[in-house]
Write a new protein. Sequence first.
Length: 141
Amino acid sequence: MPEKFDLPMLLAELDRDEGRRLKPYLDTVGKTTIGVGRNLTDVGISDAECDAMLQLDVDRTAEWLDRNLAWWRQLDAVRQRVLLNMAFNLGAGLLTFTSMLAATQHGEYRRAADGMLASKWAVQVGARAQRLATMMKNGST
């Protein structure tokens, strides 16, 4: 029976030969590529890979909220989701919502929802802003 290939050695060789790029780039034939030779143009990603990236991004967003709005963990689960959703979308831009964040921190949820809807962001994301503002105001989905 043939000997099994050495997976750790193969991974190291592919990493060396393909290179490791953590942001998308165009390869030598114009294909959008990422990581260690992943051809996004033709191969894309699987649902499992998409789910794994989403989970990592949510974890990173929660950690960002912990660093920047430590009080957010004191909110009920629905309002935590609102802030996570907004931070996921806006990144550090969430911090420009100073009045909305102050209202949220003080339990003034109707005022917070109004602040969300009175923003350029609300125009840009449409139904998402309406849905999140309702969740913020009512504490339910």
